[in-house]
Design a protein around this ligand. Sequence first.
Ligand code: GLA
Length: 385
Amino acid sequence: MDIRDDLQAKFLALYGYEPAGEWSAPGRVNLIGEHTDYNLGFVLPFAINRRTFVALGLREDRVIRVASSFSDEVVEIPLAELSPGALHGWSAYPLGVAWALSGHGADLSAVPGVDIFIESDVPVGAGLSSSAAIESAVAIALNDVWRLTLSRPVLAQVGQRAENEAVGAPTGIMDQTASLLGQKDCAVFLDCRSLDSEIVDLGLEAAGLVVLIIDTGVSHQHATGGYAERRASCELGARMLGAQSLRDVTVADLPRAREILDDVTFRRVRHVVTENQRVLDTVEVLRDLGPAGIGDLLDASHRSMRDDFEISVRELDLAVETAQANGAIGARMTGGGFGGAAIALIRSDDLSRLQVAIDGAFAEHGFGQPDTFVVTAAQGASREN
Ligand code: GLA
């Protein structure tokens, strides 16, 4: 039974009627451009072939119910009572989206209530945006059934608002944008200040390359701790440099930044400023030479996150080093950091050798076995039926 048959059956068993439709949205992997989104810089993620599916049925009252295959709980709340303070746990993601839509034309005292069932094969805690996949799938579903006609970039902002205010994680706009705008075999090049995006051909298959995910199993949380602290450092750095955001600081400004800032803030700033440049360079190299040319940029991005931004962990460094020593063209940790996954860009012929080497290296260091799997660049959120 595939995940979608299962979804129909579970919706029916739980709610006692057939859903009105099904929608889906993918997780994402970030090829390059880490912690640049909330600094209004550049990112280059792609949507992956792991998806979250949402079945939705319309109710006759103004209540919203959500259930999922990853919890036994069915959460029910009148639409009019939705507010960030009323939402907790996993249901804050879908319910937060319903609430955030009220800032974009959904009159929660007039739209019909809904029942939602969610199923997903996006790994949780791996830095592959399982949360944005939920938000984006629910956002396109509600946008359709509530006839809101919001554009995808606006739905990405809705998802981000849900995550920031209902879930309480101060994340940027990258994940939802990748999930909503992704296209098969392509990456999404996003300017996080103007929100202009371009679809960039990855050309992986033609080059005989694949992207391997090495999920370390070290789980991370962005609602607490390091992520928010890094964001605060970036904002402090920008303020001290008299810039509105680090987007306005360039590589040429770094010598002056070194004089003005304390060492830690300077290194945080240097990561963001050089990472923005690496995104621009990656896009150019992809267009001129294809994916085989971007390895050094991926490697440099990892070093910058490890040494300057200090968001890597030993397991991620080991994954990256092992990949680099076993044929990868380039490798880096991906996502917010402090755990999660690394990516390795590698020739398909070298893949099994690398997987064996990764397992061996993790065993040798006494780390738990990582989950390794190839991802392809997939279509963004869509209506399934
Ligand atoms: C998480 C956030 C994104 C982005 C990345 C780091 O995935 O959700 O907005 O900040 O971390 O690049």
